[in-house]
Design a protein around this ligand. Structure first.
Ligand code: ATP
Length: 271
């Protein structure tokens, strides 16, 4: 494989909604084993980027390539075996249980090459159980989604994405509804998945968590990439000011030295 073409690539991407431009020339390259975090203010284009990369929103210009092959030209089932998206908000049919939702993640694997559906296999059962376990859902497997808390529901959708067993994962704010413990567990799971060879791109609002758990940070502003690189090089008070209009200190996290963003309080600003 040509190293220039390896991985999931976005080249000169422009996209938007009608006459509203949302992305204006975005480039990135995600490699196997890498965790990339996309950060930026509300409305800067993060979800739009993920939607384009998952093939859910047409590109106005540019390309999304998987190992050099245009994603748009891949058959849907083949794409679904290679790339999975956890959307920011997802709706499930009423009455669906957690286990039923997670089982949907096996659908792309059950479709055989000739378009015939294979039976639910022992491997499907094993992946289902592992995905439920990874998301701490074994006790909730039989519960209806519409009777869960927001965080439990978010973990169920994540388990469905994991059950897809794709080499590439796009996670849109996967920790937004999770408590501190489950959020941390999830980010550690993401790291383990990357170590096993997956490539993961996730949107995070918590710049400190992004800096600690990602190898590469991509900062968007008004649909453009304004910074990209290892978190220790990219996260500065200047970037925080540029992205969020906020004055902050950037400290080193005790132990691993990852950048820790501490916004200044009003009294500190006035001092
Ligand atoms: N369905 C839509 N129709 C029209 N405009 C949209 C639509 N979805 C998003 N937009 C606009 O596109 C721009 C980018 O939105 P996007 O959802 O990608 O932002 P985001 O960075 O993910 O924001 P957030 O942090 O709030 O989730 C915003 O200006 C938004 O208002």
């Amino acid at each position: 494989m040509d190293v220039q073409k390896e991985g999931l690539q976005v080249l000169g991407l422009h996209a938007g909604y009608g006459s509203t431009p949302a992305l204006r020339g975005v480039d990135l390259q995600l490699r196997r084993g890498q965790v990339m975090a996309v950060v930026g203010a509300n409305g800067c284009g993060k979800s739009t980027l993920l939607r384009c990369m998952a093939g859910l929103l047409p590109l106005q210009r540019g390309q999304v390539l998987l190992d050099g092959e245009a994603l748009a030209s891949m058959p849907l089932a083949s794409r679904a075996r290679r790339l999975a998206l956890l959307p920011q908000q997802a709706l499930a049919p009423e009455g669906l249980t957690v286990a039923q939702l997670v089982a949907f993640g096996r659908r792309p694997h059950q479709q055989a090459a000739l378009g015939l559906w294979q039976r639910w296999s022992a491997q499907d059962e094993q992946v289902l159980a592992q995905s439920l376990r990874d998301c701490d859902l074994l006790d909730l497997a039989g519960r209806r989604l519409d009777q869960l808390s927001g965080g439990q529901r978010q973990r169920a959708w994540l388990a469905m994405v994991l059950a897809q067993q794709t080499p590439w994962l796009l996670l849109d704010e996967p920790t937004s509804a999770l408590d501190l413990g489950h959020g941390h567990e999830l980010l550690c799971l993401v790291r383990r998945l990357a170590e096993a060879g997956r490539g993961i791109l996730m949107v995070l609002h918590d710049l400190g968590a992004a800096a600690r758990h990602a190898d590469w940070l991509l900062a968007l502003q008004d649909g453009r990439v304004v910074a990209a690189g290892p978190p220790r090089e990219v996260v500065t008070p200047g970037l925080v000011r540029q992205l969020y209009g906020l004055e902050a200190r950037v400290l080193a996290t005790p132990g691993d030295g990852a950048p820790l963003v501490v916004p200044l309080m009003t009294a500190e600003l006035q001092a």
